[in-house]
Design a protein around this ligand. Structure first.
Ligand code: PHE
Length: 384
């Protein structure tokens, strides 16, 4: 086939005939392309195929497409366009959208009047490798918090929540921290600004512990109560490897007739064994919280050295994990206005609160609490 070729007449317009004819054109194109080695050669080919006046495409168009009877025109035209696009793809890169590898003309048709740029953006190139959606997972903190909660659920506790922005009343006063009491100084509180016009008890702050939910729970329901409260708390602490102004606690409250310190010890000893393994031992030290009396700090035998003494437990063999105590009768007095059944002469209870972050750090060997809040995927992916 040369530019001077005379073109044979088509013996008909069936699919078979048209397919054969156009596949013959395609073979000729392929043969031409195979033989071309230089840029000049390619330019020569471009003129040979795409030349306006006497290029082969124009000849094919004039000889076949234009002369096709109207009833077959669609079929022939369709094949001609596909072939023309493949010639342009090879020989006229300007006709091909670089971004999508699709003929500009096709893009324009797809776009129904939208600009090429807009259409290019919406076209999906199915030859590109797919984007694999990353699977979500529980954050190690949340996972630890759920594990702790589950241990208590198995003992019949229900789960509660409360607000992170609290009033001074629930966070301090009803928990028996009187205004100006020095015990308030142990909690470096972050307060909401510009509330000086309000009475102290109504002023808002970021709760420093989950204990206010003890009060909210008892105000809502009469005894018996068995509840755990997981949640986020805030203190005005400078961030370092073991401190973060945001951290998490799980609070516990049990109120009923005849609840004793032995119940508290048995419950927490069992919970620690569930969380850290049955060989873990617990011990209780006298402590102070305004809302419990007596109060205790609970230590567990070091889970790293089994109690022999190592760097992690500062060679003491013990790790301090939580605060607890018998509910102070003064706290019951605060809720009695709303729930008279909290009569300290008839009922008693215990409460405890543990830091989730420290437990998560121990369980997963995390040395810097900040990692739990950094959102760094390289850190988080290790828990997937
Ligand atoms: N709320 C106390 C704290 O944050 C912990 C605690 C809870 C102590 C319940 C006793 C009873 O330090």
């Amino acid at each position: 086939m040369t530019n001077q070729d005379t073109w044979p007449e088509l013996p008909g317009y069936t699919d078979d005939i048209l397919n054969e004819v156009f596949s013959h054109f395609q073979q000729r194109l392929n043969a031409d392309l195979e033989g071309v080695e230089t840029e000049d050669g390619r330019e020569h080919l471009r003129i040979k195929w795409l030349g306006r006046k006497s290029g082969l495409l124009k000849q094919i168009n004039d000889t076949y497409v234009q002369k096709t009877p109207p009833e077959f025109k669609k079929n022939v035209g369709h094949r001609f366009n596909a072939f023309r696009q493949s010639v342009e793809f090879e020989l006229d890169p300007r006709k091909i959208s670089k971004r999508t590898g699709i003929a500009v003309e096709t893009l324009e048709q797809l776009g129904g009047g939208q600009s090429k740029k807009v259409v290019e953006k919406s076209v999906i190139d199915i030859t590109l490798p797919g984007i694999r959606p990353t699977l979500g997972m529980e954050h190690p903190l949340i996972r630890t918090m759920q594990e702790i909660v589950r241990v208590f659920e198995h003992m019949g506790y229900s789960v509660g929540v409360g607000p992170e922005v609290e009033t001074d009343y629930y966070n301090f006063e009803a928990l028996n921290f009187p205004p100006d009491h020095p015990a308030r100084d142990t909690q470096d509180t972050l307060v909401v600004a510009r509330q000086e016009h309000k009475p102290l008890r109504d002023r808002l702050l970021l709760r420093t512990h989950t204990s206010p939910v003890q009060i909210r729970t008892m105000e809502r329901q009469p005894p018996p109560v068995r509840i755990v409260i997981p949640g986020k708390v805030h203190r005005n602490d400078a961030a370092d490897a073991t401190h973060s102004p945001i951290f998490h606690q799980v609070e516990g409250l049990c109120v009923d007739e005849n609840i004793t310190f032995s119940d508290l010890k048995g419950t927490l000893d069992h919970a620690m064994k569930e969380l850290f393994g049955s060989s873990v031992r617990t011990r209780f030290f006298p402590s102070f919280f305004p809302f419990t009396e007596p109060s205790a700090d609970v230590q567990i035998s070091c889970i790293f050295c089994g109690g022999k003494g190592c760097r992690k437990c500062k060679h003491s063999g013990w790790i301090e994990l939580l605060g607890c105590g018998m509910v102070n009768p003064a706290v019951f007095e605060f809720v009695r206005g709303k729930q008279p059944a909290y009569d300290p002469k008839k009922i008693s209870g215990f409460a405890f609160g543990m830091g989730v972050d420290r437990i998560a750090m121990m369980k997963y060997g995390i040395s810097d609490i900040g990692l739990l809040y950094s959102g760094d995927m390289r850190f988080l992916e290790q828990f997937a």
